[in-house]
Design a protein around this ligand. Structure first.
Ligand SMILES: [Zn+2]
Length: 412
C-alpha cells in the first residue's frame, strides 16, 4: 500500500508531499516519489496529514451501549443504582454490538488501539478483531463475581500471541478486590508476563478509606503486594500524595489519566505535573462512554492540557507539544507498542483532512490538533489494513442499528 503526497509531522514541523510505503503490516519507507512494487492500493494523501495511530489507554468499550443512560450522578449511586443493575443483564450479544459501536467511534477518532477492562473479554476480543482494531483487553476481576477470577487465565491462554489482541488482567480496583483476589490476579499476570489494568486512587473517599483501614494509601497498599511495576497501568490516580508519585516513578509504573471522566464525576484533577516531574510515564484514556461520554483522545488531550494549566496556575504548563507526546509516545511506551510514523513501526495510522476551517491558517499544526480540531479524520489504517477510507466504514449502518436494538432490550 502506498500513501501518496501526504503531509507528515517531524519535530512539530509540517513536511508536505511525502509518500508512505506500507509492506507486510509495517511502515517500510517514508520519502518522496516512492513506488509500491508489491501492492496496487494507492491512497491519495493530498490535502491530508498522516498522524501515527492513537491509543485510548482506558475504556470499557461495551459500555458505549450505555452512553447517555445515566448522567449527572455521584459515582457510587451512579454505579449502584444505574450501571451495575444494567450490567447484570448484559449478554455476550450485547457486548458484541456495544464493542463494535465503540470501535466505530475509535476508528472515526483515529484511535487504532485501546486498552479495555470489562466482562466477556472473549467477546470483546472477537468483536475487536472483526473490526480490525488493536487492543489490550483485560478480563475484569472483582469479589462480587468470584467466577471472573477463574475465567481470566483461560482467557489469557486463548488470546496470547494474537496479532491484534494482547490479553491482560483487570482487577477492577483495590476496594472491590480482597487482598487474596489481588494476589491471585498478580500471580496470573506474572505467569503470563501480562499487564495489570486497575482503577487506582480515583476518589478521595477511596484513599481516605485505605488510610483508615490499612494505614497505607492505595498505591502503597498495591506496592506492598508487589503489584506496582512496569506492567501496571494504573488508571485515574487523581488522589496521590507526593510519596505515591515517587513510588510509582521508582517502580516504573504507568499512569492512565482520564481527565474528562474525572471532571464529569467530580472526582478531582490528577497531579500530572508532579507525576511527570517524578518521572512517571503518563498517558491518556477516556474511560467508558457512560462517564465521558465519547471516546475521543483529541478531546481528552485538549481538556487535560487546559485543566492542568489551571491546576498549576500557568498557561505555560502542558504545551500542545507536550500533551501530544503524552497522547502518543507515552502511550506507545506504556503498552509496549512499536508505533509512530517510523520505518519498521506497525502500520497503524490515520489521515486527517486538513481542508477544514479549524486547521486554517497553517500556523502550528500541533496546536490545531490539540486545541482546535473538531473532526476531519478521513482514513484509519491498522496493521496495514484500511478500516475507514474517506470517511466510510463498511458495515457501519448495521452496527448502529444493532446497538440501538441491544440498548432497547437491555432497558426494556
Ligand atoms: Zn474505568
Amino acid at each position: 500500500m502506498l500513501i501518496r503526497n501526504v503531509s507528515i509531522l517531524k519535530s512539530g514541523q509540517m513536511l508536505h508531499g511525502r509518500d508512505i510505503l506500507i509492506i507486510d503490516r509495517r511502515i517500510a519507507k517514508i520519502g518522496k516519489d516512492l513506488r509500491d512494487e508489491v501492492g496496487d492500493d494507492v491512497i491519495d494523501g493530498r490535502g491530508k496529514l498522516a498522524i501515527p495511530g492513537l491509543i485510548n489507554g482506558h475504556t470499557h468499550l461495551a459500555m458505549t451501549l450505555l452512553r447517555g443512560y445515566a448522567d449527572d450522578m455521584e459515582l457510587m449511586p451512579w454505579l449502584r443504582e444505574k450501571i451495575w443493575p444494567l450490567e447484570a443483564r448484559l449478554t455476550a450479544e450485547d457486548i458484541r454490538w456495544g464493542v463494535k459501536l465503540g470501535c466505530l467511534e475509535l476508528i472515526r477518532f483515529g484511535i487504532t488501539c485501546y486498552s479495555d477492562m470489562y466482562y466477556f473479554p472473549d467477546e470483546t476480543a472477537q468483536a475487536t478483531r472483526e473490526m480490525g482494531l488493536r487492543a489490550i483487553i483485560s478480563g475484569v476481576v472483582f469479589d462480587m463475581r468470584p467466577e471472573l477470577l477463574l475465567e481470566v487465565e483461560p482467557f489469557i491462554r486463548r488470546w496470547k500471541g494474537d496479532e491484534l489482541i494482547t490479553p491482560a488482567v483487570g482487577p477492577h480496583a483495590a476496594y472491590t478486590c480482597s487482598e487474596e483476589t489481588l494476589q491471585k490476579a498478580k500471580e496470573i499476570a506474572d505467569r503470563h508476563d501480562a499487564m495489570i489494568h486497575i482503577h487506582l486512587s480515583e476518589t478521595r473517599e477511596e484513599v481516605d478509606g485505605f488510610l483508615l483501614s490499612k494505614g497505607k494509601s492505595p498505591v502503597e497498599y498495591l506496592d506492598s503486594l508487589g503489584m506496582v511495576n512496569e506492567r501496571l497501568a494504573a488508571v485515574h490516580c487523581v488522589w496521590l500524595s507526593e510519596e505515591d508519585c515517587y513510588l510509582l516513578a521508582e517502580r516504573k509504573a504507568n499512569v492512565v489519566n482520564c481527565t474528562v471522566s474525572n471532571l464529569k464525576l467530580a472526582s478531582g484533577i490528577a497531579p500530572l505535573n508532579t507525576l511527570m516531574k517524578a518521572g512517571v510515564n503518563v498517558c491518556l484514556g477516556t474511560d467508558g462512554a457512560s462517564s465521558n461520554n465519547n471516546l475521543s483522545l483529541f478531546e481528552e488531550m485538549k481538556v487535560t492540557a487546559i485543566v492542568q494549566k489551571n491546576a498549576y496556575h500557568t498557561p505555560a504548563a502542558f504545551s500542545a507539544d507536550q500533551i501530544w507526546q503524552i497522547g502518543t509516545k507515552n502511550a506507545y511506551k506504556a503498552f509496549g507498542m512499536n508505533m509512530g510514523l517510523n520505518v519498521g513501526a506497525q502500520a497503524d495510522l490515520a489521515l486527517i483532512d486538513l481542508r477544514k476551517p479549524w486547521f486554517c491558517p497553517e500556523t502550528n499544526i500541533l496546536s490545531h490538533l490539540v486545541y482546535s480540531m473538531n473532526g476531519g479524520v478521513d482514513t484509519t489504517i491498522v496493521n496495514g489494513k484500511v478500516l475507514m477510507r474517506e470517511g466510510v466504514i463498511p458495515g457501519e449502518e448495521e452496527i448502529l442499528e444493532k446497538a440501538q436494538e441491544r440498548f432497547l432490550r437491555l432497558t426494556s
